[in-house]
Design a protein. Structure first.
Length: 462
């Protein structure tokens, strides 16, 4: 909601629509728009501490009042610095919510449901976008902000009665609360014996991970953590440098600039519905088709649609060609892009964030990956307007497209399939090469020891 809020709000903040009693320059508006992603950067610096000490649930609860205050402050601010501050507060709250939700879903869901639940997280996020894009252009600026502020309150009340994850309780040594958490989240037909067996398996995995307690430094130096770290950073580059936050923020402005036969307001509604539909399709496909194929289809499709978008603006802005017969292309290209991004490259990195890392390093790793991603998001959002003015919007679209296509190559060559695998199975698969190497070294040491003993025996016999 915070990102898509910019789409109907930017024309109002700059005075092109609705007299708010104040007006911001293009530069000031650019800072207000990117203030949210700047808040994500700030929040991700320290979000691992509450997630590790207070737990995933309490971190999520702490996010709600920050987001509520942000909406109220943004709605009634008339100074761009004050509005920028409240946008940053909203970003901090969202950083808490994003990281804790990724960890919480990965830890409470069974392996056959984890993908669909993670996709549901994206569906709920994009349902907020749908509201902003569908209602925002047709209500006043302050009505939009006030109605949006209700969402964090609903979120707080709904989560208040949910338990913490069994993984976190076992990490803190509280077996009884872990058992109660498992009972809450287990299917009704699961027997007490099956719950105990599941608890034991989780406990073994947590104890194994916690024996190797790690620091942020070891996240980069320990070979065990390198591969998942490289994978998640690569996925974050694909997720953010594909341009999703910038395109969402300036969606209505892009359509108005294109001279599309469809109005900016109507296009916003179409885009909101399409994104929502893309996220819904992800729920259906992520545990059937798999994470990797869905990422590949999404990345290639987004790349091709952005190339087409860039061609339209190049014909219009550089060659001054008659594009009246192509007036459908800007809306169609963005529609395909938004559907496919919601189905894959936008939603699935949040799932991998909770799946790839061992329990002992999960908070630090997820916080660092989120910090990396939010820094990229801020950079893309903040630089979109200056790059558009300097290089042309077609060049910006082609940059985003190249990231998508190179990202598809990265996914094909590096990213593992995690469908229908437990968190323990994923760790075993990621570290298989290390175990093989350790076994070879151990075997070599054993043979060396045998040779030494044989030599000593021969010496004694002589």
């Amino acid at each position: 909601m915070y990102v898509s809020w910019s789409s109907p709000s930017v024309p109002r903040l700059t005075g092109r629509k609705e007299d708010l009693g104040f007006q911001f320059t293009t530069e000031q508006t650019s800072w207000v728009v990117s203030g949210y992603t700047l808040g994500l950067v700030v929040g991700n610096f320290f979000v691992s501490f509450p997630a590790n000490i207070l737990g995933r649930r309490m971190t999520l609860l702490a996010a709600a009042p920050l987001m509520f205050v942000s909406w109220i402050g943004t709605t009634f601010s008339e100074n761009y610095l004050v509005m920028l501050f409240f946008r940053i507060v909203g970003g901090i709250g969202s950083s808490f919510a994003f990281l804790a939700t990724s960890l919480y879903i990965a830890e409470i869901a069974d392996k056959d449901l984890r993908g669909r639940l993670a996709s549901m997280f994206t569906v709920l996020k994009l349902s907020g976008n749908l509201y902003i894009l569908s209602v925002g252009p047709f209500v006043s600026y302050r009505v939009l902000g006030l109605t949006s502020s209700v969402i964090p309150l609903i979120f707080f009340v709904a989560l208040f009665f949910m338990p913490e994850s069994a993984y976190f309780y076992l990490k803190k040594g509280n077996i009884e609360k872990a058992r109660n958490s498992l009972e809450t989240f287990s299917p009704a037909n699961m027997t007490s014996q099956e719950i105990e067996e599941k608890l034991k398996l989780i406990q073994i995995g947590v104890e194994r991970d916690m024996r190797n307690k790690t620091t942020l430094k070891e996240l980069f130096t320990n070979k065990m953590h390198r591969k998942p770290l490289y994978i998640i950073l690569g996925l974050k580059i694909l997720q953010q440098l594909c341009g999703i936050t910038a395109i969402e923020s300036y969606m209505e402005t892009i359509i108005e600039r294109s001279g599309s036969s469809i109005s900016g307001e109507l296009s916003s509604i179409i885009f909101g519905i399409v994104q929502f539909a893309g996220a819904i399709s992800s729920i259906t496909l992520v545990d059937r088709l798999g994470r990797k194929p869905l990422l590949l289809i999404s990345a290639v499709g987004c790349g091709l649609s952005l190339i087409a978008e860039g061609i339209y603006f190049y014909l219009s802005d550089v060659l001054y060609a008659d594009v009246s017969n192509l007036s459908w292309l800007p809306t169609t290209g963005l529609t395909i892009y938004l559907f496919l991004s919601a189905a894959g490259i936008y939603s699935l990195p949040y799932l991998f964030l909770g799946e790839l890392f061992a329990t002992n390093v999960k908070e630090n790793a997820a916080a660092f990956a989120s910090l990396f991603g939010s820094t990229l998001s801020f950079t893309v959002t903040r630089s979109f307007s200056p790059l558009e003015e300097a290089l042309g919007i077609y060049t910006v679209f082609w940059i985003f497209a190249s990231v998508c296509l190179f990202g598809a190559i990265f996914v094909f060559m590096v990213v593992p399939e995690t469908k229908n695998k437990s968190l323990k199975d994923i760790q075993d698969k990621l570290n298989k090469h290390l175990k093989v190497k350790e076994a070879i070294i151990e075997e070599g040491n054993f043979e060396k020891k045998q040779t030494q003993e044989k030599g000593m025996k021969q010496t004694l016999e002589k």
